[in-house]
Design a binder for this molecule. Structure first.
Ligand code: HEC
Length: 112
């Protein structure tokens, strides 16, 4: 029993270190996840990729066109846009990390 617990301790430390190492990428925005979300939630009004997937309703800009515009694709501006409700867009109440993923996805379509 003693031996087992001694052996357990170092591996617990390794496991803790691994968890900490994995925490950083988990927090970082995930553009691929953003793409999945965009397919689910945004295609009823926006064209969401360069292949033209989605629907364009008159006033909704396509995501590639947003990404191509340095002003519109500004990270803070996009985050603010998605964090507040907008009269012509349904109020999604998106979680912060969800917004970050969507913003990362839209920005991934641009030149930067
Ligand atoms: C019901 C239709 C609809 C849905 C669904 C929708 N949008 Fe929109 N969105 C619009 C319209 C319309 C505009 C243009 C509003 C305006 O310019 O006043 C817009 C504008 C935007 C803009 C601002 C572009 C700019 O001018 O800078 C962003 C970013 C955006 N949408 C992202 C999203 C994302 C991300 C989703 C999915 C989570 C989404 N939208 C879902 C209708 C929609």
């Amino acid at each position: 029993m003693r031996l087992a617990s001694i052996r357990f301790l170092p591996s617990a430390a390794v496991a803790a270190a691994l968890c900490m190492a994995q925490a950083a990428p988990a927090i970082a925005a995930d553009a691929e996840h953003g793409h999945q979300l965009a397919k689910q939630w945004c295609t009823s009004c926006h064209v969401i990729d360069k292949a033209g997937s989605g629907t364009t309703i008159d006033t909704a800009p396509s995501f590639p066109s947003i990404a191509a515009d340095p002003q519109r694709s500004d990270e803070k501006r996009l985050t603010a846009w998605l964090s507040t409700s907008h009269p012509t867009m349904p109020n999604f109440s998106l979680a912060r990390d969800t917004i970050a993923d969507l913003v990362a996805y839209i920005r991934s379509l641009g030149p930067r």
